[in-house]
Design a protein. Structure first.
Ligand code: UDP
Ligand code: MG
Length: 334
C-alpha cells in the first residue's frame, strides 16, 4: 500500500444536539485508530452538515471544530433541505479535497466499526463500498416490515437499489466527480450511485438503535421518500398504464362476443349489448392512449434529467485527447 489516503466523513445532522457529542467522540477515536494504523492520512476530516436544525446542532458543530480543528469541520445549510440534499451538499463540497468519502447518519445507527472494512475494500480497488444491514434486530417489527417492503416494492417498480442498503457508503473521489454530473433535482442517492458503475462491493453490519433523539423519518416521510424514489427513477408506472389499456382492449373483444351471444340468444335487455361493448372498448382505448402519452412523458423525463450518457473509466492515452470530467465528453488537445 502506498501513502495513506484522505478520508472525509460526511454526516448530515438535523436537530441532532442529543447525539453529536457522542458521535464526534466515537468518530475521533475511530480516526485516531485508523491514522495510527496507517490506513488513512492525517489530513482526513469529519464534516458535519447542519441541515437547517432548529436546535443547538450548529453551535455544537462550531464548538467541535474549535476544540479539534484538525478533525472536525462543518457546513451550515441555509434551510432544511432534506437528508438527501444535505448529504449531496457535503459530498460536493469535499469531492476535490478527499480521496474517499463516507456518508453516515449522525445518530450512530450505522456501525462505526464498519468504516475499517470499507476503507480496506477501497484499497482493494473498490470505488464504491455499500454498507448493508445484515440484521434488523433492533428495529421494531413495523419499521422492519415497512423498510423491507420498501426495497422490494422499489425493485418491482423498476428502481434498482442495493437491498437493505441506505446511505451508509464509501465513494472514491472519482465516483464523486461523476456524481457531480448527475444534475437531477429529485435526489435518490441510493439509486443514483449504482448507475455510475465502477467496481463496487458490500460490507455487512448490524444496525443499532438510535443513540438518542428521535427518528426524523416517520412513516409519512418514508412513504414520500419511496414515491420520490420510484418516480425519480423509473418509468415503469407509466408503462403499466399501457399494459392495462392493452389488457382492457383485449377484454373488450371478449365482452363483444359475450354481448352478441347474449343478444342473439335473446336474454339481453334492449340496449345492454351496445352499452357494455362501448364501456369496455372506450375504457381500454382511453387507457391505451394514456399509455402512449405516458411513453412520451417518460422520454421527456429522461431527457430533462440530462444524465451522463456514458462514463469512461479508463482509456489508453495514445488517442491525443485530454480527459475532462463533464459527463463523458472528451476534448481535443489544443
Ligand atoms: N436528516 C437530515 N435532514 C432531514 C432529516 C434527517 O439531515 O431533513 C439526517 C438526520 O440528522 C440523520 C439522518 O439524516 O443523521 C437520518 O435520519 P434519521 O436517523 O432520523 O432517519 P431513520 O434512521 O430513522 O430512518
Ligand atoms: Mg437514524
Amino acid at each position: 500500500m502506498g501513502n495513506p489516503e484522505i478520508l472525509y466523513m460526511v454526516v448530515p445532522c438535523y436537530n441532532e444536539e442529543a447525539v453529536l457529542h457522542e458521535t464526534s467522540k466515537q468518530l475521533k477515536e475511530k480516526y485516531e485508530s485508523l491514522i495510527s494504523r496507517g490506513l488513512i492520512s492525517e489530513q482526513s476530516r469529519v464534516v458535519f452538515v447542519n441541515d437547517g436544525s432548529k436546535d443547538k446542532t450548529w453551535d455544537i458543530i462550531q464548538e467541535l471544530h474549535k476544540a479539534d480543528p484538525q478533525f472536525f469541520s462543518g457546513i451550515n445549510l441555509a434551510h432544511n433541505a432534506g437528508h438527501q440534499n444535505a448529504v449531496l451538499a457535503g459530498l460536493m463540497t469535499v469531492k476535490d479535497i478527499c480521496d474517499m468519502a463516507i456518508t453516515m447518519d449522525a445518530d450512530l445507527q450505522d456501525d462505526i466499526n464498519t468504516i475499517d472494512a470499507m476503507v480496506e475494500k477501497y484499497y482493494e480497488g473498490n470505488q464504491v463500498v455499500y454498507g448493508v444491514r445484515s440484521a434488523r434486530k433492533t428495529d421494531t417489527f413495523f419499521k422492519k416490515f415497512t423498510a423491507e417492503s420498501f426495497y422490494k416494492f422499489m425493485k418491482v417498480m423498476g428502481a434498482d437499489v442495493v437491498y437493505n442498503h441506505a446511505d451508509f457508503r464509501l465513494m472514491s473521489r472519482r465516483v464523486l466527480q461523476e456524481l457531480a454530473n448527475f444534475k437531477e433535482v429529485n435526489l435518490f442517492l441510493r439509486g443514483m450511485v449504482p448507475l455510475i458503475g465502477f467496481q463496487s462491493c458490500s460490507v455487512y453490519y448490524e444496525r443499532h438503535e438510535r443513540f438518542a433523539g428521535e427518528s426524523k423519518y416517520p412513516l409519512k416521510k418514508m412513504m414520500a421518500f419511496a414515491i420520490n424514489g420510484i418516480t425519480s427513477f423509473s418509468t415503469k408506472p407509466l408503462k403499466l398504464i399501457t399494459s392495462l389499456g392493452f389488457i382492457m382492449s383485449v377484454l373488450s373483444v371478449i365482452a363483444f362476443i359475450w354481448a352478441f351471444i347474449a343478444k342473439f340468444a335473446g336474454f339481453a335487455e334492449l340496449g345492454w349489448s351496445s352499452t357494455i361493448c362501448s364501456i369496455w372498448l372506450i375504457g381500454g382505448l382511453q387507457l391505451f392512449c394514456l399509455g402512449i402519452i405516458g411513453e412520451y412523458v417518460g422520454k421527456i423525463y429522461a431527457e430533462v434529467k440530462q444524465r451522463p450518457r456514458f462514463i469512461i473509466a479508463d482509456f489508453i492515452n495514445e488517442l491525443g485527447v485530454e480527459f475532462i470530467n463533464d459527463g463523458g465528453d472528451k476534448k481535443e488537445n489544443a
